[in-house]
Write a protein that binds this ligand. Sequence first.
Ligand code: ATP
Length: 601
Amino acid sequence: MRPYGSMGPEVAQVFPAALQPGAVVGCWRVVGTLGVGGYGAVYRVEPLDAPGRSFALKLSLHPDPARALREMALLLDRACHPNVVRVHATGRWPDPVEGLPYFVMDCVEGMALHAWAETVNPTFRQVAMVGGSVAMTLGVLHARGVLHRDLKPEHLLIRTRGQVPVLIDFGAGDQAGALTLTTTTLPPGTLHLRSPEAIRFQQRHWRQPELRYPYSAADDLYALGVCLYRAVTGHYPFPPDQEPELLSVAITERLPPSPRDINPQVPEPLSRAILKLLEKEPEQRPRTGEAAHAELMRGLLSGGATAFEAHLFDEIPGKPNQIRRPAWPSQPYLTPAPRPAPVTATPRRFPAWGWVGVVMCLGLLLAGPGTWEVLPRGWTRHTTPEVPERVSALLGHKLASEPDRPHSVPVATPATAAPVVAPKGEPALVTTKPPVPPSPKPGRTLKAAAIASCVAGMACASAPLVDRPTPPAEDCPEDAKAAMNALKITGYTWAAVFDPNTRADFVTVREGRAALYTHGSQGRVRHNSMLTGTLYVGNKRVYGRFTQLRESRTGETFPVCLQLWFLDDRTRGIPRSEGGDEDTAVVPNLISVESIWRFDA
Ligand SMILES: Nc1ncnc2c1ncn2[C@@H]1O[C@H](COP(=O)(O)OP(=O)(O)OP(=O)(O)O)[C@@H](O)[C@H]1O
């Protein structure tokens, strides 16, 4: 396909995302703009031969037609449903063969769910009916093998006539047997609408970019729960404006306040039905759209007429049509989430591993290090993945544990667990030769078992544990060197903390994307500036490479090269304390970072 700009001088002047009223696309005249998203621009159009009739034309902004063609195919065939926007025509523009794909659909006269909730201020009955309708629609689509995969309030338009919900934007949609749309673990989507299991999957598999998350009906139903929560409270259950790392932790670990805690007018059964859609474990949610519909309707039938006839929000006295949005609590997550099924190896898992661990340890002691398996994946560039913008928050990260809740691995107290300092001169890591891989992640499994048994106090303290190879050496990019010079931090070592909000001396960290906060100023960098990068969990030490700094005072970001550094032995990486597993480690909260011009292997 020819590049868009090569289609002739008259076309190169036109911006597909900014067509002006009067522009002609195929046999449609642009009347106005309805919205511009990441993938397409949507225009209100009228047919050239029937002026006055309104349609919506979605013009792909990408020369690669895959996403647009897929969306059209879904809308024209398996996603066809009274509550899904209807497609009437398709084409390419400006060249009918090689141009950008477009399709013409019903123009939904109405508002997105959240705007409708706050502008129309409907009754709870109306919201429950809308939620029930969407749930039923999803049920039908799921039964046909169609998943929406990007359900959000903006994609749920409420038609003014009849207050009927209409689902739009199936660009991320999927149907059984379709080719993979993206090159990332998760399908395109929005972090604050992702399900806990999707985030956990990415946290667990961020080293395997070839893996694809098996998105399911449960993810769509979770997103519906988020949409309804937003509608009845005016807030998302996990506020999207926080740091992506913290947002991910909140989604996977925290219980959102009940909708009724935010907006006391929400009828109890509706509040419960919404929370059920937001359960952390998919099997705790309604299994199908029909079950979700039944849940919402049961609430409606049992909830007492008056509670459901109330309007969502109070109006501001003296200002009709202006609502008062309930406040978001300052401490929304006081209740710790009950431990879901273990995502990472947890202490609960260790006893189960005990005997396996004994065998592993014996095997180690008898056979020596040469017989163990190195983790099958070596360090490659993608261990610090190139992150597409829309999913940048999601790659395998988890921050240090927070103070008021249990974590997957217990946080050691100073009294019981002083840091274990690796003996000087000892090679940081033990690697061994690889046998035939019998299972997808054999090295990790063996290592987990070995750690588990050692943690259980078995006689394998001196046994070498299997470990990952260290990341390869890497020069610091020139722009990072320049930024460090400008910030006056070149060649310095200074303090940082994993979790600035805890008083605990030790925290649990996880391999993958991570954040640190500077402790004290250095050069032009203030206290509490955020460093983001990657943590690598070895069997004795945790290594960290931090490549971005966000200055706390100005909010400016800079490329940098900083590594975790242990002052006592003047070696990179920080020693692990007791606890953790192959992916998580207990480490001191207060640590040091060193600015460098080259990350050594
Ligand atoms: N059929 C329609 N009728 C009325 N408005 C529409 C219609 N389709 C889309 N819109 C408006 O255009 C906006 C962008 O459309 P859409 O979400 O399909 O584009 P996108 O590029 O896929 O966006 P995103 O980045 O959200 O995936 C919508 O949020 C909505 O406001």
